[in-house]
Design a protein around this ligand. Sequence first.
Ligand code: HEM
Length: 253
Amino acid sequence: MEPSREYKRVYVWEQPVRWFHWINAACVIVLGVTGYLIAHPFALLSADEASFGYWVGTNRFIHFLTAYVFVGNFGFRLYWAFVGNKYARWRNFLPLRRWQLRQARDVLKVDILQSSDKVVHTLGHNSVAYFTYFGTALLTLFMIFSGYALYAPTSEAWFPQLFNWMMPLFGSEQNLRLFHYAGLWFFAVFIVIHVYLCFYHDYVEGHGVLLSIVGGWKFMEKRKAEAEEASGISEFVVEPKRSATDAAKRDLP
Ligand code: HEM
């Protein structure tokens, strides 16, 4: 009978990263819903009581207010990418190193191509996740730039005016609006895949990925965790894919 394995508890996501995550998630959902309602203001088609008729203005106000929180929160995460722990650092998000690309290939073989059963174990995000979040950071920047450029003509505040140069770049307000609207759907698709993959990785890896973004901790077999910690950020450890049930059976005393 195999002895039960010894696990190490590692503090991966610091509090600022976790706050960023949930504020960001809340902002994206509020911006998505209010943005959709700006594009499709259904109440305009109905003859409602006059006091309720102003909900379109209230909805726009919530959209713009949330946008300021979204910008501040994103700016804070950029700062944290320079001062946070090694899992939060900016370098991980850029596909610059050979081993990151190798790791991304190995993750895709398991997650998408299903051509390998070697699960990639990392304490931080895996490379595919880091690169995807780099993509969402670029999308975030685009949504901020295009959103404030659309807001600028009807605002007297100085901040939206910083983005006046976006409109000529896209030729017309209508074009810019179309791209800003398309961004909403990119985020919607991202959220569905993101949440699915978090559940999937939680199950096949067994490191407590899901709760790590709440409490900060992940759990990994001691020798694997120490191998990874010793090798810098995320040189990775691979092992054959096992279901959680197999793992539980193996670990029984
Ligand atoms: C109920 C919904 C959600 C759950 C359960 C969830 C779960 C998670 C988990 C577990 C991680 C850490 C993954 C790892 O350790 O590799 C993570 C990271 C991340 N999630 Fe979510 N997430 C949710 C919604 C969202 C939304 C709506 C967004 C934004 C569009 C988002 C954007 C991100 C980003 C950018 C990171 C990386 C954080 C960083 O390193 O700064 N998530 N999420």
